[in-house]
Design a protein around this ligand. Structure first.
Ligand code: C2E
Ligand code: MG
Ligand code: MG
Length: 374
């Protein structure tokens, strides 16, 4: 309302959808004017609103695109303003930004990836690789972690490049269900060949929080003919700690059947000690950042030791991730870590390679074929 300019037309305010509004301003010196108006909207919206029995506050996020500087058609102008708006929102909202051309590239890249992922799900372009987990006492492979890869135009793409987008657009449910089903079938095949190894599967927050999660897991086990005790599910700390009642409701039916649960990347999130003593989990997976820094950073060693001690007190198992050196392994073992996983013992490999490895490891005449010194 405070905005006035002799040569300017009156601003038009329109409602685009439930909580989306457009402000159209014409006139000279548009950059300065837009900045002024945008900031004023953000500041004004912050003022508390007094209702009969409570005070509420709301915030506004504002994205600005200028004609002809940022766009040359009305459609492009609206599109680019919304890219700027998205940029504000993804920074936590409550702010104001002008459109920048990188926002467009980013948004286009993101939409392209999403479309390609959708096609990849339809064409079943995902494969599962397996990384051995080593029993620190016997040096033998006790289990493995299933890690998804995307076979994209003949090259394998790691999950770092697509899991986040898959979670945002919901495709992680299909991808995750595939990884779960395939891992159960693979582990059942190994058992049928007389090989002993369990499998650990990563579960995303989106999958875990869906109704029917435990049914999906039990069905995957039953279809594969895999005993539940051969399966471990890995949840991140934020999922594990989110809503204790709900977590217990999702986890208990599976644990009752023998499925085990691990907290992945443990130590990086915010665990409540009170919740930890109540939650029905089996394993802490010590985050690889601590393992990696252990040799040169005494505080990382303290974290690792503390997690192992806490695990012992709570009757949890510990798995150390990202073990790359003998020194790291020796320390972990000395402190009583149960299981180690990392490049020292092997990178994630195809099922065929993993089975070969397992076979060599479990040859009856040579029980210690794993090439590590004991
Ligand atoms: P994560 O579950 O913590 O898996 C461990 C990651 O560390 C894997 O990366 C593995 O290849 C890598 N790694 C293992 N040992 C070493 C080591 O000694 N050194 C180093 N530098 N790295 C090591 P990857 O396969 O790229 O997977 C990354 C993340 O993607 C996983 O972290 C997991 O959070 C996610 N992810 C993978 N597969 C799935 C899946 O099927 N579903 C879901 N929801 N997430 C998945
Ligand atoms: Mg994991
Ligand atoms: Mg991890």
């Amino acid at each position: 309302a405070k905005y006035r300019h002799a040569d300017a037309g009156a601003p038009v305010v329109a409602r685009l959808s439930a909580d989306e509004f457009a402000v159209l301003i014409t006139g000279p010196a548009i950059t300065g004017v837009a900045k002024h108006v945008g900031r004023a909207i953000v500041e004004t919206m912050k003022a508390p609103i007094q209702l009969p029995h409570l005070t509420v506050t709301v915030t506004a996020s504002v994205g600005v695109a200028r004609f002809p500087l940022d766009a040359t058609s009305p459609d492009e102008l609206m599109q680019n303003a919304s890219f700027a708006l998205d940029a504000v929102k993804s920074d936590g909202g409550d702010g104001f930004r002008f459109f920048e051309s990188e926002m467009n590239q980013k948004a286009v890249a993101r939409i392209t990836l999403e479309n390609e992922l959708r096609r990849a799900v339809e064409n079943q372009e995902f494969v599962v690789h397996y990384q051995p987990k080593i029993d620190a006492r016997t040096n033998e492979i006790s289990s493995c972690e299933a890690l998804v890869r995307w076979r994209r135009d003949g090259r394998l793409v790691g999950p770092g490049a697509f899991i986040e987008v898959a979670e945002e657009c919901g495709l992680i449910v299909q991808i995750g269900d595939f990884v779960l089903a395939e891992s159960c079938r693979a582990a059942a095949r190994w058992r049928a060949q007389g090989l002993r190894a369990g499998v650990a599967v990563n579960v995303s927050a989106v999958q875990f929080e869906r109704d029917g999660f435990s049914r999906t897991v039990l069905k995957a086990l039953a279809d594969a003919g895999l005993p539940p005790s051969a399966l471990e599910l890995e949840l991140t700390e934020s999922v594990a700690m989110s809503d204790p009642e709900r977590v217990i409701a999702q986890v208990e039916p599976l644990r009752a059947k023998g499925v085990r649960f691990a907290i992945d990347d443990f130590g990086t999130g915010h665990s409540s000690l009170a919740a930890l003593t109540r939650l029905p989990f089996d394993t802490f997976k010590i985050d690889q950042t601590f393992v990696r820094r252990m040799e040169e950073d005494p505080s990382a060693r303290v974290v690792v030791e503390t997690i192992i001690a806490m695990a012992r007190a709570l009757d949890y198992e510990t798995v150390a991730e990202g073990v790359e050196t003998q020194t790291q392994f020796a320390f972990l073992r000395l402190k009583g870590c149960n299981t180690a996983q990392g490049w020292l013992f092997g990178k994630p490999v195809s099922e065929g390679e993993f089975v070969e490895r397992l076979r060599a490891d479990q040859r009856p005449d040579d029980r210690r074929a794993t090439p590590i010194a004991s």
